[in-house]
Ligand binder design. Structure first.
Ligand code: CP
Ligand code: NVA
Length: 309
């Protein structure tokens, strides 16, 4: 049974395979129906979501299946039923489980007990579905991934920072994280990304200087400075991250044909200016749409692997 709990649950070749399938699915959205029956996929939210909720709901239906959108507050998980017990029950009645939650360890417990593929729809540590959509978008605009320089500015220790490290390394990209001290990625994940990059020709660099991070980058990315669950740290974070904002002025230091990504939701005037978000270098709406196509490809791929076992 294969799961997708972090980006490097796919090998570099498998990531390329899923991304190629994503392009195929986008060109021919209703050609494949692995969930015909319909089979049900549980999609559980412990945190807010617009894009993930809609893209999985629509994507599961497109694949012939029936999405069952759940939230912790109205299930027995909210009253203390263990993740392992929940997994055993869900696995008896559904074909896959998609879960947005806090701790990565919860996803691991779900995967160990479900008996069906489990997909991370964002945890505190990773957001791997987002990176598949992002790389599909970069391929559409740049033709390929390997060798490109990606600069991610802002909170390097959040789910997006970590997933860009692993996902970029898998794709053979040169990943630069520009983040203040204390908000740089976890050392264990940097080490994992470096080990992958050695095999793919990519590279990893973590730095505090935002100008050095963005200099001549091909792909410029940011994310909110206050992730879900960090609301009590908001004031301190807004003070700290100011120098990492993507504005017309900072973007001018990237390659002239750089593209700008943001997983959204964006906080205009903070991590990114409206001028950049709505400007000619922004590809954020393609990126949002590609959540649908990339996740359909991922589900097709995982369901095929589950059938092979
Ligand atoms: N980018 C992303 O995951 O968006 P949502 O939080 O709206 O799902
Ligand atoms: N880092 C953000 C991503 C939102 C899609 C968060 O976790 O809130």
């Amino acid at each position: 049974m294969r799961h997708f709990l972090r980006d490097d649950d796919l090998t570099p070749a498998e990531q390329a395979e899923v991304l190629a399938l994503a392009a195929e699915v986008k060109a021919n959205p209703y050609a494949r129906k692995p969930l015909e029956g319909p089979q049900t996929v549980a999609v559980i939210f412990d945190k807010a979501s617009t894009r993930t909720r809609v893209s999985f709901g629509v994507g599961i239906a497109d694949l012939g299946g029936s999405p069952l959108i759940l939230d912790t507050a109205t299930t027995q998980s909210g009253r203390g039923e263990s993740t392992a017990d929940t997994a055993k029950v869900l696995g008896r009645m559904t074909s896959a489980i998609v879960w947005r939650t806090y701790a990565q360890s919860g996803l691991e417990e779900m995967a160990a007990n479900a008996g069906v593929p489990v997909i991370n729809a964002l945890s505190d540590d990773f957001h791997p579905c987002q990176i598949l959509a992002d790389w599909q978008t970069v391929i559409e605009h740049k033709g390929a991934l390997a060798g490109l320089t990606v600069a991610y500015l802002g909170d390097g220790a959040n789910n997006m920072g970590h997933s860009y490290l692993l996902g970029g390394a898998l794709a053979g990209m040169h990943v630069r994280i520009g983040a203040p001290d204390g908000y740089q990625p976890a050392l264990a994940i940097v080490a994992d990304a470096e080990a992958i990059a050695k095999t793919t020709g990519g590279s990893i660099a973590v730095m505090a200087d935002p100008e050095a991070a963005i200099a001549r980058a091909d792909v410029v990315i940011t994310d909110t400075w206050v992730s879900m669950g960090q609301e009590s740290e908001k004031e301190a974070r807004l003070q700290l991250f100011g120098a990492y904002s993507i504005t017309a002025e900072s973007l001018a230091k990237a390659a002239p044909d750089a593209i700008v990504l943001h997983c959204l939701p964006a906080y205009r005037g903070l991590e990114i200016s409206s001028e950049v978000l709505d400007g000619p270098q922004s590809v954020v709406w393609d990126e949002a749409e590609n959540r649908l196509h990339a996740q359909k490809a991922l589900m097709i791929w995982l369901l095929e692997k589950a059938g092979e076992k």
